[in-house]
Every structure is written in structure tokens, then in C-alpha cells.
Design a protein around this ligand. Structure first.
Ligand code: ARG
Length: 456
């Protein structure tokens, strides 16, 4: 039965039905759609627009449909344009003409706006929960390796020593901001649009405040035209998702580098690595590579949605149906990335001997030596030059800083002494003891603050 073609002389062309239908992908909104319809029916009864008996019949029919969908006995018919029509048509089959009362004071335009908001709220909460699990894994890794010193990099060149925990906590902080962005998006998603009708409100004496409470929203929307045509909440969620995915992508690149033979800083647990079909020795970080690769899907969804919305006059346009596949895909991609990452991070093993060896390879204490010369009276630029000359000499003669003879040091600057020459990575780390620095005490503080924030 087609419920929308009363003015037409014939059925739509098959290709048109196929082209315009969102049912193959919006069926995943069935639970939100039924929840919305139940609340709407309750409000209609409460406002004396339908009778109590009619409400009970609608409720029973909707409940049956929910069960049918969940038991996989519901037949999704091609000719249903979308999940709303599929459910309403089935409602007629189950309860007869009372079904025709459900769509009183409602349009699919406010209905889909509601469904997408309910769905987004559910997903934002899920994203926040899963992200906090990843944060926990990072903090636990940091805590397990509180004193492990590693080379810190700029330009992917060995730069200054840092605590491994400090490095992990850098990602904790990025994810903390992502969490806040999701929480912030949630605030503006938590606005109830139902009752806006097609665009102008409805002529019935409805109770939108009741619907707001019934559906668990924080606020009711204040402009019916805005309510049916706004998809900012999707854009905000996708922006936050894109930034978060970018953070996962950066972490992924580190995991890939660290698990290479050349770095060998970490070993991924066998459960989180993949093999090669030809090279028996291979243990590949495919999860991290895929996370990087999948980042494009999430960015793509954001671009797609911005493009869908950019030229739309008020109010609803069917263009907006294109808000779904890319959005669902982006949410799926991010949630599974978060899930797999919590496990991969918490099970990865550090190779502390290799990390320590990597520190010794370069001239990672150069800045600390320059700082020591400054404390003895040189300007920083003079000190920079002196340690620069020392580095050239050491590199040309294939020596570490400690292997360079003291006479050479003194030739470059009389202010060098044994303490400067023999400065250690532990001292270098310890000396960076301001808020946000990598000293043991500062990192300890970061760990406790992070644990407190996560409630662990
Ligand atoms: N499937 C539609 C969408 O997702 C639902 C709203 C349809 N409204 C309309 N007036 N055709 O956007």
C-alpha cells in the first residue's frame, strides 16, 4: 500500500523507487523511529487528539513491529520509500485503519530530524565511553612504564629525551579534547524537534514539552523551520569524529614505526597483528595501517555532509536524505577503531633495551649541555654554537659525547667541565620540572590527574 501517492495517476517508475529509497540504509533507525512514534502517539492521546483506546492499539502495533524487526521476520519491501513508510504501512496491516491516526500532527520531516537526533545522542554516548576506554589503556601503559626514558623526536629526528609515559599522556590529552568535543556536540544535539511538522508547526493543540520529557531530551527546539532543516548536530559530530580519527591516525603511524625492525620499540600482541601470505617472518601492524587508511572515510563523510548542506534553501530538501550512509559509516569506523585500539594498546609490549639503545645513538643531550653552559654564564646562542661545534667534531670522528676527550671540550669552550660532559638522560628528564614538562614528578602528577579524571 502506498501512503503518499493519493494525487498520482500511476505508480512511480521502478528506477525512481530505487533511486529515491533510503530504506536499505535508514532501516537501522527503526528503534529510534518506533520510540518516536510511541511518544508521539502518547502525546496525541494525552492532548485528546486520539482516544486512549486508539493509543493502546497503536502502541501494540508498534511493539509488534519492533519485535518483527528484531526477530528478522519483518519484510522490508522495496516500494517503501524509507523506514518511516515501511513501519507505517506495516502498522496498517497489523491494526487496520487506526494506523492512519499516527501521522496526525507530524511530518516525516520532523520525524527524521528526531530519529537522527536520538541516534546521534546514542552514538555520542557510545563514542565517549569507548574513547575513555582507550584513554584508560594509555594511562595504564604510562603507569606500567613510569621511569622508561625514550628519545623524543622533532622532524622524526632524535631531539631530547622524554619519558615514554609523557609520550602516552600526550595522546591522552588529545583524546581528552576529543571527548570534550563529543560532549559539547551532545549538548546541541539534545534538542527535541518533533512537533515542528513539515516546516511551520502544526494546527493541533499538541504538547511538545511533554514529548521533550517523554523522549528524554534536555530542551525543545524553538523554531520549526530550523528544526526540520538543521543538520548542524551531524556536522559537529562528524567534525569531532574527523579530528579524533586524525589523532588515531597519528598514533597509528607511531605504532607502525615503533614496531618496525629498525625501531623495534614495541611488539604488538599476536592477537593484534597480521601475517603475510608469502613471507613467513612477517608480523604486520595492519590494524594501525587500516586506522590510518580509514581516516579518509571519516574526513570524507564530513566533506560530503558540508557539501550536501551548503546550498539548501529552507526548509527540508530531499538532498538531506544523503546525510545517512556516510554518517553511519563514519560512526561505525570510529567506534570499531576505538574498540580495537583499547585492546591493542593495553596488550602491546615495550622493548626497553631497544629504546634505551636508541637514546644512546644520537646527540640527544646537546640541548642539556647548552643549557648547562648558559648556567655557567654563556648566552644561549654562544652555548648553542659551542655544542654545535662539539657535535660536528664528535660526528666526524664517530664518537659519542662522552667519548670526546676533555681537552677537545675545553678547546671549544673553557666553561665545559666533567659534569657537563657526563650529563645523563635521567638528569635531562629530571631537569624539565615545570608544569607540563617530562620530569618524573610532573609525569607522576599527570598520571594521577588522568586517573582521577577517568575515575580509575
Ligand atoms: N527518508 C527521508 C530522509 O531521510 C525522510 C524524510 C522524507 N521527507 C520528505 N518530505 N520526503 O530525509
Amino acid at each position: 500500500m502506498n501512503l503518499t501517492r493519493s494525487r498520482f495517476g500511476k505508480e512511480a517508475d521502478d528506477l525512481v523507487i530505487f533511486y529515491t529509497s533510503s530504506l536499505p540504509f535508514d532501516r537501522r533507525l527503526y528503534a529510534e523511529d518506533i520510540q518516536g512514534s510511541m511518544a508521539h502517539a502518547k502525546m496525541l492521546a494525552k492532548s485528546n487528539i486520539i482516544t486512549d483506546a486508539e493509543y493502546q492499539t497503536l502502541l501494540m502495533g508498534l511493539e509488534t513491529i519492533r519485535e518483527e524487526i528484531e526477530n528478522n521476520t519483518f519484510v522490508f519491501k522495496n516500494e517503501s520509500e524509507d523506514i518511516h513508510m515501511a513501519i507505517e504501512s506495516r502498522l496498517f496491516e497489523i491494526i487496520g485503519n487506526v494506523a492512519g491516526k499516527l501521522h496526525t500532527a507530524r511530518s516525516r520531516n520532523d520525524q527524521i530530524a528526531l530519529d537522527m537526533r536520538l541516534y546521534t545522542k546514542k552514538y555520542l554516548n557510545e563514542l565517549m565511553y569507548l574513547l575513555s576506554e582507550v584513554q584508560k589503556a594509555l594511562v595504564q601503559k604510562a603507569e606500567e612504564n613510569k621511569t622508561l626514558i625514550m628519545p623524543g623526536y622533532t622532524h622524526l629526528q632524535s631531539a631530547q629525551p622524554v619519558l615514554f609515559a609523557h609520550h602516552m599522556l600526550a595522546y591522552f590529552n588529545m583524546f581528552k579534547r576529543d571527548y570534550e568535543r563529543f560532549a559539547d556536540a551532545l549538548k546541541r544535539t539534545d534538542v527535541m524537534p518533533l512537533g515542528s511538522g513539515a516546516l511551520a508547526g502544526t494546527t493541533y493543540n499538541t504538547d511538545r514539552e511533554f514529548l521533550t520529557k517523554e523522549l528524554g531530551f534536555e530542551k525543545v527546539s524553538k523554531n520549526s523551520m530550523d528544526s526540520v532543516s538543521d543538520r548542524d548536530f551531524i556536522l559537529e559530530t562528524l567534525s569531532a569524529a574527523a579530528i579524533c580519527m586524525m589523532h588515531f591516525s597519528r598514533l597509528s603511524e607511531e605504532i607502525i614505526l615503533w614496531s618496525s625492525l629498525e625501531f623495534s620499540f614495541i611488539t604488538l600482541d599476536d592477537a593484534y597483528a597480521t601475517g603475510s601470505s608469502i613471507m613467513p617472518q612477517k608480523k604486520n601492524p595492519d590494524v594501525a595501517e587500516l586506522a590510518k587508511g580509514k581516516t579518509g572515510r571519516v574526513y570524507g563523510a564530513l566533506m560530503q555532509m558540508l557539501t550536501v548542506m551548503k546550498g539548501l534553501p529552507l526548509t527540508y530538501g530531499r538532498d538531506m536524505q544523503e546525510d545517512k550512509e556516510c554518517y553511519f559509516d563514519a560512526l561505525d569506523t570510529l567506534t570499531i577503531t576505538m574498540r580495537v585500539y583499547s585492546g591493542m594498546i593495553s596488550t602491546m609490549k615495550l622493548k626497553s633495551d631497544r629504546i634505551a639503545a636508541a637514546i644512546g645513538q644520537g646527540y640527544i643531550l646537546a640541548t642539556d649541555m647548552a643549557d648547562a653552559l648558559v648556567r655557567k654564564g654563556l648566552s644561549f646562542r654562544e652555548a648553542h654554537k659551542a655544542v654545535g661545534l662539539l657535535t660536528v667534531y664528535a660526528a666526524e670522528n664517530n664518537l659519542t659525547f662522552t667519548q670526546v676527550p676533555m681537552e677537545k671540550y675545553l678547546e671549544i669552550s673553557p666553561l665545559f667541565d666533567e659534569n657537563i660532559k657526563n650529563i645523563t638522560v635521567e638528569q635531562a628528564v629530571e631537569n624539565r620540572n615545570q608544569t607540563g614538562g617530562t620530569s618524573f614528578a610532573q609525569v607522576e602528577k599527570q598520571i594521577s590527574a588522568a586517573k582521577k579524571a577517568l575515575g580509575i
